[in-house]
Design a protein around this ligand. Structure first.
Ligand code: ATP
Ligand code: MG
Ligand code: MG
Length: 554
């Protein structure tokens, strides 16, 4: 509903609809279930599902499960969760490339019968050597001119498990001298003697990405098959299959620039390494750039979708500042996160002019400018906590520099009274362990009398009626803006201080009913949500979603 100019894919689709080339847009999001989805995948999801939404079409969720060695059901389920959580609905049931294995096998036979594919027994090394390189034409495999019958027999033997992994493969017969390496007799089928999470032990030969992808698109009637730029060189091969096979539709491949974020790695292989080597607490560690990690951290679907919208879709790559993602998170949470108070480093405050057993209830809006979110009641008694960093005895600090509580001066407790710090109580080592204060009568929701000038507003909780909690503060997982650039090892630039655990924090009582992943603004501290993995009925653990301001901005 914005007047943003159309991106290049929107322009293409609009034209295809107008010219009648396309009657209904069908796109697909085709993850390989070999890991959890990351922020880069979110861009592809928003793009593919977004185009279908914009143009009244449909988007399929298709698992590109052609390599059983690296794939697992756990990943299938996590990916479905992530796509749904982002708020997208795939058309019909989830699809699997593996459910087309019979058809793909038939089409392999078709190519063999047409003299366009052959079984090759070169070893991987020999095949590489025959392939040549960009400036050196390849040479034909000695197996290239086998008869159709021999190829049919050999391919059947491959399928029947008579050859070991790596012993042979089925290759397309295209052009060993092509300037496009992908056309130098690419592999169509390889032997993998592994159980598959969907097809079990039915197959021991599996199609390659190239042989599978476009044909899957054709089977599903995909009109616009959108992938990242690395696949631009594969497009001629994609088209070769569509031309040379009896496919039911003519999908077209388009490429866009993949999302790269600074301070982040977006490669499933590397993220898996972080998980497997225990550098993080699983795929959904709140520091991970995975969708499930960001979700556990309190990021919202809207913030990710807004981010993908903001960065747009282009044909040339560039690295996006992770600050832009954080901006979108902060922006959305500022609008929708309920407010609460939590004291991270509690210092006891005793209100001397408040009777011992008295409890007053302070009414506070859940959100400062969204009345429909209602209000909450904060108990206020003689015993309170404020944050240690919000009190000082140093009276020389200027009012501008220190807008908090200073010995002998006034501050407002958010939503409650103006108080004055009368005395700092210390232990034997001289550490301040308590502040004795007095409240100024009649200052709840009212200005203090003439002459009393609070330095600022600080947050607090009632000491007798608050909740103990643990708070986890996060910083970037990597210290380096380009953790995996060049020959850098991303493990060498892990930030050792990316997780800080605070215990003994004190949260306002209303947070007892906090739902996991629901971010709150802890006043003056930032956004936090209950951890979905570590919190339990008798232990509250909050994750810092993001600070109130960008600490990295300079
Ligand atoms: P990775 O390199 O992390 O393993 P992949 O491309 O191998 O990613 P797939 O599961 O094949 O992972 O990806 C599914 C879809 O998501 C593909 O269409 C792919 O192009 C897209 N995608 C993956 N990474 C990005 C990215 N960083 N930016 C945009 N799209 C991406
Ligand atoms: Mg892939
Ligand atoms: Mg990959």
């Amino acid at each position: 509903a914005t007047s943003k100019p159309l991106n290049f894919l929107e322009q293409i689709i609009k034209q295809d609809l107008e010219s009648g080339k396309t009657s209904k847009v069908i796109t697909r999001f085709p993850p390989e279930p070999n890991g959890y989805l990351h922020i880069g995948h979110a861009k592809s999801i928003c793009l593919n599902f977004g185009l279908a939404e914009t143009f009244g079409g449909e988007c399929n969720l298709r698992f590109d499960d052609t390599n059983p060695a690296k794939e697992e059901l756990e990943y299938v389920n996590a990916i479905k969760d992530d796509v749904s959580w982002l708020g997208f609905h795939w058309a019909g049931d989830v699809r699997y490339a593996s459910s087309y294995f019979d058809t793909l096998y038939e089409w392999a036979l078709h190519l063999i019968r047409e003299g366009k594919a052959y079984v090759c027994h070169l070893t991987a090394d020999e095949a590489r050597e025959h392939r040549g390189w960009a400036t050196k034409p390849g040479k034909d495999s000695p197996y290239r001119e086998r008869s159709v019958d021999e190829n049919l027999t050999e391919f059947e033997k491959m399928r029947a498990g008579e050859y070991d992994e790596g012993a042979c493969s089925l290759r397309a017969k295209i052009d060993m001298t092509s300037s496009n390496m992908n056309l130098r007799d690419p592999m169509l089928y390889r032997i993998r003697k592994q159980s598959h999470h969907q097809t079990g032990d039915k197959w021991c030969i599996y199609p390659t990405y190239d042989f599978a992808h476009g044909q899957e698109d054709a089977i599903e009637g995909v009109t616009h098959s959108i992938c990242t730029l690395e696949f631009a060189d594969h497009r001629p091969l994609y088209e070769w299959f569509i031309e040379n096979l009896p496919v039911p539709a003519q999908p077209v491949q388009y490429e866009f620039a993949r999302l790269e974020l600074n301070y982040t790695v977006t490669s499933k292989r590397k993220l898996k390494q972080l998980v497997d080597e225990g550098h993080v607490d699983g795929w959904n560690d709140p520091r991970m750039p995975t969708i499930s990690g960001m979700r556990r951290r309190g990021y919202t679907p809207a913030s990710l979708r807004n981010f993908c919208d903001m960065i747009g879709v282009t044909k040339s790559g560039s690295t996006i500042d992770v600050g832009q993602l954080e901006f979108c998170v902060r922006d959305d949470l500022n609008n929708c996160a309920p407010r609460a108070m939590c004291v991270l480093d509690p210092l006891k405050v005793t209100i001397r002019n408040m009777p011992d057993a008295e409890v007053q209830l302070m009414t506070q809006a859940v959100h400062p400018n969204r009345d429909e979110m209602g209000s909450r009641e904060l108990p206020f008694s003689r015993d309170l906590y404020i944050d240690r960093s919000d009190f000082t005895e140093d009276t020389s600090l200027s009012r501008k520099k220190f807008k908090r509580l200073v010995l002998g001066e006034y501050v407002r407790l958010r939503g409650a009274y103006v108080i004055k710090a009368d005395e700092a109580v210390k232990d034997e080592q001289g550490n301040i362990i308590e502040v004795i204060a007095s409240l100024v009568e009649g200052t709840v929701g009212e200005n203090p009398p003439e002459g009393i000038k609070p330095r600022g507003v600080i947050h607090w909780v009632d000491a007798n009626d608050s909740l103990d909690c643990e708070v986890r503060l996060y910083d970037r997982l990597f210290n380096d803006a380009a953790p995996d650039a060049g020959d850098k090892n991303f493990l060498d630039v892990l930030n050792p201080d990316s997780l800080k655990i605070l215990t003994g924090c004190k949260a306002e009582k209303s947070l007892a009913s906090a739902a996991v992943e629901q971010a709150y603004q802890f006043e003056r501290e930032g956004y936090f949500c209950l951890d979905s993995k570590l919190a339990s009925a008798d232990k509250l653990v909050f994750n810092q979603t993001i600070g109130l301001k960008d600490n990295w901005a300079n």
